[in-house]
Ligand binder design. Structure first.
Ligand code: XMP
Length: 508
């Protein structure tokens, strides 16, 4: 995967860098993000290189720089995006100046040619810019291949291998960005299309190499990631014990469903019922971060108590988690929440080389495609994501049995209605969460003083951002009607209309 078949995206810190990786993969080529520290040693010989944008100015004292000799030595096509283009212009002997106009948002692109990078691109199209510097002196031999509406150069070609674009092709506001990226990738002769079957083989071989005869414990939750992981380990013939931890924080009838699904796939799993252990550890704990740390730590305890001789832990960690935690390490960004598979105990095991994460280079849609190529059924692969800490993060404040029971009932009604109305597959994730605040109502001619439940349904790409879904009023009406009539303890149903950011998908 890391030879000439892949596109190396070098991260100069833009908030869109991860999107470049996604877009290249959507175009059918494998791409991977590298930090500047990893360049060039970790990259090998890629088929093409893309230098991302970034928040700094090339005129800053601490402007990020790249080993240009090494880049030239790779002898592959290079595309500089925004900061990447300005840096390349300097490297080739040109200059960059502060622009008198800060360009932020929509702009028009006017290609000067209809071949190469701009083959098939309109004479004028919308692109998205975000910069305050602009290229000034152009080195000898370079060529302006597109301008904006003011005639300012926004795309350069320094030679047959090095190209630059000032705009961001990876965002959807750049209407023909994908075509331009595609045209660039066509220049990389060594690049082979990325096929899921090749990937499957590579991952299985990689697992065999890493694991050898070791005893592996694989936590399965029934979600897409851990299910695909368990099937891969099974296919690789690993000495594995797949453990389903029933922590008492699952949804209604979930344990049965998960066991049935694994039975259908022919992968043996063991259920460990430890709901009492989790509930007593969570007793009286109402701080969201403490809840997460307790639950994450208990998962490991249960794995090790169950499989005493385990030598490795397999986890279904995905690429967005890896990128997020890597960039957090570097940027010291504030920690929003501790995911259950990133608690300290796991980080320690990781440092000892005991954590196996074969999906860590993939996005969710790729994991689903991989699952399909492993023969996993559509309904299993398209279950909504469910957080490791389960209903505990949908129950603000202390977690108690009666609260969990209420959430389970409401959630089952809501999810049932989504399926009945054909909306389950159209939303990324949906759930019911408890608002443990009592309000006054009337039930059967009597005063009621009960909690509220909120319904949440979002669409998302990779859960990094999310938007709430405009569900049909009839679906909400029927859901609310059933909840109010059937679930004791609830006299109010709300619909959560918050985007992420600033909200998150889960409540805690
Ligand atoms: P947030 O709430 O951060 O959630 O917007 C983003 C996505 O991640 C899921 N999530 C988790 N998944 N362990 C997981 O495996 C966790 O600790 C965890 N916390 C949140 C959440 O359901 C959503 O899909």
């Amino acid at each position: 995967m890391h030879d000439s078949n892949h596109v190396a995206v070098i991260d100069f810190g833009s908030q869109y860098t991860q999107l470049i990786v996604r877009r290249v993969r959507e175009l059918g080529y494998f791409a991977k993000l590298y930090s500047l520290e990893e360049f060039p040693a970790e990259i090998g010989k890629p088929g093409a290189v893309i230098l991302s944008g970034g928040p700094k100015s090339t005129r800053d004292d601490d402007a990020p720089d790249i080993d240009f000799e090494a880049l030239l030595g790779m002898e592959v096509p290079v595309l500089g995006v925004c900061y990447g283009m300005q840096l390349l212009n300097i490297k080739f002997g040109g200059s960059v100046e502060k622009s008198d106009k800060r360009e932020y948002g929509q702009a028009n692109l006017y290609p000067k040619q209809c071949t190469g990078l701009y083959e098939g691109v309109s004479e004028s199209s919308q692109v998205w810019m975000s910069h305050s510097d602009t290229v000034e002196n152009l080195p000898e031999g370079s060529e302006i291949i597109a301008t904006n509406q003011h005639g300012t150069p926004v795309s350069l070609k320094w030679n047959e291998r090095f190209y630059g674009i000032q705009f961001h092709p990876e965002v959807t506001h750049s209407h023909e960005g994908m075509r331009i990226l595609h045209n660039f990738l066509l220049k990389a002769t060594g690049l082979h299309p990325f096929r899921i079957d090749d990937l499957k083989r590579e991952i299985i071989d990689g697992i065999k190499d890493k694991v050898g005869g070791k005893q592996v414990v694989c936590g399965v939750s029934g979600g897409v990631d851990s299910t695909v992981l368990a099937v891969l380990l099974h296919e690789a013939g690993v000495n594995m014990r797949a453990i389903f931890v029933d922590h008492g924080l699952m949804r209604k009838d979930e344990g049965e469903e998960v066991r049935n699904n694994f039975h259908r796939m022919g992968v043996p799993i063991e259920t460990v019922d430890c709901s009492e252990r989790f509930m007593s550890a969570l007793h009286g704990v109402d701080d969201p971060e403490k809840k997460r740390v307790i639950i994450g730590g208990l998962f490991i305890d249960v794995f090790w108590d169950t499989v005493g001789d385990a030598e490795m832990l397999a986890q279904g960690t995905l690429y967005p988690d890896v990128i997020e935690s890597a960039s957090n390490d570097k940027s010291k960004a504030s920690k929003i929440k501790t995911h259950h598979n990133r608690v300290d105990r796991i980080l320690e095991l990781q440092a000892e080389g005991k954590v196996l994460e074969p999906l860590a280079e993939l996005f969710k849609d790729e994991v689903r495609a991989l699952g399909a190529s492993l023969g996993i059924a559509h309904d299993i692969l398209h279950r909504h994501p469910f957080p490791g800490p389960g209903l505990a993060v949908r129950c603000p404040g202390a977690v108690t049995q009666d609260r969990l029971d209420i959430i389970r009932e409401c959630d089952a009604i809501f999810i049932g209605k989504l399926k009945e109305h054909g909306w389950y597959d159209k939303v990324w994730q949906a759930y019911a969460g408890l608002i443990p605040v009592k309000t006054v109502g009337v039930k059967g001619d009597e005063r009621s003083y009960e909690w509220a439940i909120a319904l949440r349904a979002v669409i998302s790409e990779d859960a990094m951002t999310a938007d709430w879904v405009e569900l049909p009023p009839i679906l909400l009406r029927e859901t609310s009607h059933r909840i109010l009539n059937e679930v004791a303890g609830i006299n109010r149903v709300l619909y959560d209309v918050s985007t992420k950011p600033p909200a998150s998908i889960e409540w805690e």
